[in-house]
Design a binder for this molecule. Sequence first.
Ligand SMILES: N[C@@H](CCC(=O)N[C@@H](CS)C(=O)NCC(=O)O)C(=O)O
Length: 253
Amino acid sequence: MMNQQKPFRLITIPVSHYCEKVRWALTRIKVDFVEEPHSPPFHLFVTKRLGGKTTPILVADTEIFTDSTDILKYLNSITLDENKLYPSNPELRQKVEELEELFDTRLGTATRRWGYSYISNNYKIIQRAWCQGVPKIQKILFPLSFISMQKILQKSFDLTTESHLESYLEIKVLFAQVGELLADGRNYLVGDKFSAADLTFAALAAPVIQPAEHPIKPRSLEELPIKMASEIKEFRETSAGQFVLKLYRERNV
Ligand SMILES: N[C@@H](CCC(=O)N[C@@H](CS)C(=O)NCC(=O)O)C(=O)O
């Protein structure tokens, strides 16, 4: 099946939904892995050394992967049939790959921008989101890095007064599209089996759904800004939102 001798190393910013996408894939195919969590900007020391910039990074015995989709494809190649993440039928596989790309480029960026537009100025919430499980020194340095990280967040994600509305509308469009795909009562987005399309959708939508089973324990809605909490409730009620909740209930089974 594979020649991997040591457990895989998974370099993460734990709260990152792209990291959750890979964590879920590793859990599903049941291979040993050790997560190495870092908080921004300290992840950069590690990612640079491994030839990447962003997280997740997967370190295998003989190769290093620096993008979540490359990681899923690699994991698929070393996985036995029943746990494959991509269908063997080429047409279905192409559909899965197209949806994964759509979610990676549009949904993941929109849910992240939506989330940070509400909380980027909230010291306590960011501290809790970024410091869970990271090396002690990174926790100690958090107060010193917060102000500059706030500016970096604003610039990298183009956080403006309109950004939560813009990203909210983008998420609504994508949720409607997924709702349509599920309208005929099907259980999964492509074919009749769970695939990388379902996994990517659920992991990247998680910030607007906050499923209780998420491995990074969600905050209670009462702790969040009121408008953010009411939008989460609204997203949960859609059929795409119900789909995310269902996939998370099945995530660790
Ligand atoms: N295309 C990448 C995107 C990953 C990504 O955007 N990761 C973010 C965390 S959500 C990151 O590491 N940002 C830190 C940085 O850019 O330095 C993938 O799918 O792996």
